[in-house]
Write a protein that binds this ligand. Structure first.
Ligand code: RB5
Length: 149
């Protein structure tokens, strides 16, 4: 069973988001699109918060957020309870974000990463699995120390 995905972007990520949605639907994923819905200027926290809240409430399994760098999306999403958002620029980062950090949101920079590379990063993220084991206590420590997650 494929994960249910929530996706969002700002204007800088809009074009890449549309391509990613099209690609992932062909791959058989169900995707809920939280906008933005055109390329007019908007504010990334609005979309990061919507997707992060949706994942935090377990309405979908995993999230993808796209802005210019992926940084603003990750900063915002990581303020939401239960969210571990990872801004990934390579396939290895995307795999390890799931395997070691149990990341539940992938953020991507559309001004940094081209579509061909984004596809590989996204598939690596979706296909990797959390390894558990020693990583569980580290993730629990994030919760204990910050009181957030
Ligand atoms: C928008 O110009 C840009 O600042 C935004 O997409 C993002 O890169 C922020 O982190």
């Amino acid at each position: 069973m494929k994960e249910r995905l929530a996706i969002g972007s700002d204007h800088a990520g809009f074009e890449l988001k549309q391509k990613v949605i099209n690609f992932l639907e062909i791959e058989g994923y169900k995707i809920e699109d939280f906008g933005t819905y055109d390329s007019s200027s908007c504010d990334y926290p609005d979309f990061a918060f919507k997707v992060a809240k949706n994942i935090s409430e377990k309405k979908n399994d995993l999230g993808i957020l796209i802005c210019g760098t992926g940084i603003g999306m990750s900063i915002t999403a990581n303020k939401v309870k239960g969210i571990r958002a990872a801004n990934c620029c390579s396939v290895d980062m995307a795999k390890l974000a799931r395997k070691h950090n149990d990341a539940n949101i992938l953020t991507i920079g559309a001004r940094i990463i081209a579509f061909e590379q984004a596809k590989e990063i996204i598939l690596a993220f979706l296909n990797a699995r959390f390894e558990g084991d020693r990583h569980i206590k580290r993730i629990n420590k994030i919760n204990e120390l910050t009181g957030l997650l």
